[in-house]
Design a protein around this ligand. Sequence first.
Ligand code: AMP
Ligand code: GLY
Length: 421
Amino acid sequence: MNILILGSGGREYSIGLAIYKENAHNLYFMPGNGATDRLGTNINIKDYNQLAVWAKDNSIDLTIVGPEAPLVDGVVDIFKQNGLVIFGPSAAAAQLEGSKVYMKNILKKYNIPTAAFIETSNEKEAFDFIDTMSEPIVVKADGLCAGKGVIIAQTKDEAKKAASEMLSGAAFGDAGTSIVVEEYLDGYELSVFAICDGENYKVLPAAQDHKRIGDGDTGPNTGGMGAYAPTPLVNDDIYKKIEERVIKPTLKGMQQEGAPFEGVLFIGVMVVKGEPIILEYNVRFGDPECEILMPLLATPVSELFYKGATKQLDKLDIKIKDEFGVGVVMASGNYPYGSSAPAEIIVDEIVDADLLENSHISYAGVEKIDDKLMATGGRVLVCVGFGKSIKEARNRAYALCGQVHFAGKKCRTDIAYQALK
Ligand code: AMP
Ligand code: GLY
């Protein structure tokens, strides 16, 4: 097949790498990054209507959308209107991520377990609700805020301040003029992904992300500093509850709403006393979760996404390798506070046969400048290791980190700690 991948991060690189290894397809990336051109061809057509014309002219058989922004902007609708096969939700279904108010209302309407909340655009209403709550209190901006729109307030005053700043538009502009105020959930967090075709679904092994910059989950939030899967923190009982109480009613509910969900349903779960409670939905793969899940699939990734895009998931028996994956993000020096000067990336030749076979790099914030691979983004690359245990996979991921050099590089040293406690 001719396959087009939209996006430029480690997530999109890892989808591309998995398809590249199938040895059967031509890959295109829009826009891709400084390393995706090792896997295929980078193109640069930003307008989705023009891109759809290009896809038709170039006989693209399948388009895969990595990030949320093009989904919320309706790229899937435009491609489908042009008769193209594309894997991802419509703009209507992408509201599950595009609007936290929409998402919470769907959860409530279809009785899916989630934190008690109100949604409001009114400061007095927000304050009155906050006064009835126990601390800490969670305040969320409605719209997309690049992962920054959630405040965990330790006191009622702090919650009110956050609510006011969002509602006035001072904090996040229009994305914050509606808010969700909700109870704080105390438990452990999971990332669960269901590949959906509107009706049928396949669940991937549960992963754990590490959102804070520092070891021991300290410091500010980031896009995610590392992930591993499958996590032993999930048992069959929790998977079953997630399927019955969350995935099935969501797919049914979205059909009833007239916005059937096709694509990757990313279920942010908090497990509280053995019960899965939904924190949020995203409508795409997590990054860096994707980087470890793609290589764990024994089923060809192209087939999984093609069947997802053409309502044939009921005909697919998904196979997962009997292995663990650990991914460690290597970030640039000033991440997540600001940008860093471009720095050349040098990867030592890997001589250890075992490491060579059981690890690889997924490139993210990289550009080619004067034919050199340069670190130019915040999260630069992900070192991914595999093994028969989490420990083995983690040792390989960190061994690979030791082979990668660029000025200012930093990574967490404790990825997967919750599984190894
Ligand atoms: P969200 O964008 O909704 O996933 O929120 C970002 C992060 O904030 C989540 O990954 C959680 O770590 C945390 N969070 C969000 N909502 C809650 C909540 N109700 N209770 C505790 N932590 C939360
Ligand atoms: N790793 C979390 C996210 O992609 O939102």
